[in-house]
Design a protein around this ligand. Structure first.
Ligand code: HEC
Ligand code: CU
Length: 300
């Protein structure tokens, strides 16, 4: 497209310069003037766009086709479900029986060198899924699902972002995408399918988490009896089971490093104003630091 538009621009500029350089206009009758005008309208207004668009379609149609979830000769493509939330990403990996068995957030891991079908849905408003390096984007419309097929030819790390304005923190809805060789991808999933090992210590952190956080956040294997059931919220927050292994917090606003979770818990409404997690002002700093330290250990 860039090449083609460069040619169009070049022709335009040449014609434009030509109008400066040419000499006296010849005298023409109104009939002649009208004929010339008609030629420009038919040639420049109809024929040229038609030819240009057909030429572009020759390139665009096969690309568009390869992004459709058509049957593949070599079996099923890997299916990964991506849910758009205000303002973060939920990633669900379907297990044996089709039910999601690994759920994570804000980090998408996919196999490289093979097509992957992304099933796109939204939990609230319209978002759009876009990994610029891997191809086109697609809207995520509430109440519908759509599938886009993408392939990372080689392993790598790519940036992705929401590409449809979805509210105040649309800018801070980034997704970290990692494409890895098939064997590594399978190992990554298997690690997360295994039940998480219970960590020793952090009893107070766990207690506080059950009281203040578990109504919105799931941690696989978290003791049911610690979850306070007198508060419920009409929403879900990111699944935190593997939070310690994520590269960022808050969908890209803060790099993950020691102490980052506690910092996020205290300042998240400053870092990402208006985000859907209520401020934790009613919880003292020490408790938040405890919870942060515990959550940092949460990796497979
Ligand atoms: C009312 C629901 C709700 C409650 C209660 C809540 N959170 Fe959250 N939490 C969210 C939402 C929504 C987000 C996503 C914010 C965003 O990035 O836009 C979030 C984000 C987070 C993140 C960042 C996750 C990531 O992958 O970037 C962490 C960590 C976190 N919450 C921990 C906690 C802890 C610890 C508590 C208890 C002290 C808590 N949350 C209480 C809803 C909640
Ligand atoms: Cu958005």
């Amino acid at each position: 497209m860039l090449g083609f538009s460069a040619v169009v621009a070049l022709v335009l500029f040449t014609l434009w310069l030509y109008t400066f350089r040419r000499g006296e206009r010849p005298q023409r009758t109104p009939r002649e003037e009208q004929r010339i005008m008609l030629r420009w309208v038919l040639g420049g207004g109809i024929a040229l766009p038609l030819v240009s668009i057909i030429a572009l379609l020759v390139f665009a149609a096969p690309t568009g086709r390869s992004m459709l979830p058509l049957p593949l000769p070599e079996g099923e493509a890997e299916l990964i479900e991506v849910v758009g939330h205000q303002w973060w990403w939920e990633i669900r990996y379907p297990g044996e029986n089709g039910e999601p068995d690994v759920i994570t957030a804000n980090r998408l891991v996919m196999p490289a060198g093979e097509p992957v079908d992304f099933r796109l849905v939204s939990a609230d408003v319209i978002h759009a899924f876009w990994i610029p390096r891997l191809g086109g984007k697609r809207d995520m419309v509430p109440g519908r699902h759509s599938i886009i097929r993408l392939e990372a030819d080689v392993p790598g790390v790519f940036g992705a972002q929401c590409a449809e304005y979805c509210g105040a923190q649309h800018t801070n809805m980034l997704l970290h995408v990692e494409a890895m060789p098939r064997a590594e991808y399978d190992a990554w999933l298997a690690e997360r399918r295994a039940p998480p090992e219970p960590r020793a210590g952090f009893d107070e952190a766990r207690q506080a988490f059950g009281e203040h956080c578990a109504a919105c956040h799931t941690v696989d294997g978290f003791p049911q009896e610690l979850i306070a059931d007198d508060v419920t919220y009409d929403m879900v927050g990111p699944n935190l089971t593997d939070i310690g292994s994520r590269p960022t917090l808050g969908a890209g606003v803060l790099p993950m490093e020691e102490g980052a979770i506690a910092y996020w818990l205290e300042h998240h409404q400053l870092l990402k104003p208006g985000n859907r997690m209520p401020p934790h002002n009613h919880i003292d700093t020490e408790t938040l630091q405890d919870i942060g330290a515990w959550l940092e250990t949460m990796e497979p």
